[in-house]
Design a protein around this ligand. Structure first.
Ligand SMILES: [Zn+2]
Length: 109
């Protein structure tokens, strides 16, 4: 968990997504269409996940998990509402952090 912000890539249902840590309100974190800033965003076509770099460790983990959940949801052909994704990712993150020692599987560059 300590090196979470060094993660370069995550696999979501076997599909690789590049992970980019962005300064607040920069890069993909700004949604032009909705004119809104996010702390995390997943772009499916680009296979890119952007995470704000100012978040605390557990928030970073939850945000990565939240965005991964959106991607997994999309990949299985579902289109769940934000509130559902938020609830599920928050619950699953809490369960994981309370019960398991999380170690990134891929090499840390
Ligand atoms: Zn979301």
């Amino acid at each position: 968990m300590r090196n979470l912000k060094k993660i370069k890539r995550v696999f979501i249902l076997g599909k690789p997504f590049k992970v980019i840590f962005c300064k607040e309100r920069t890069g993909d974190l700004y949604d032009l269409e909705r004119k809104h800033y996010y702390v995390g965003r997943i772009l499916m076509e680009e296979q890119r996940m952007s995470i704000a770099d100012h978040l605390a460790l557990e928030e970073t983990f939850e945000t990565i998990f939240h965005e991964a959940f959106h991607a997994a949801d999309d990949l299985v052909g579902s289109d769940s509402e934000e509130l559902y994704v938020k609830r599920m990712s928050a619950c699953l993150t809490a369960i994981l952090l309370d019960n398991f020692k999380i170690t990134p599987k891929q090499e840390i560059l």
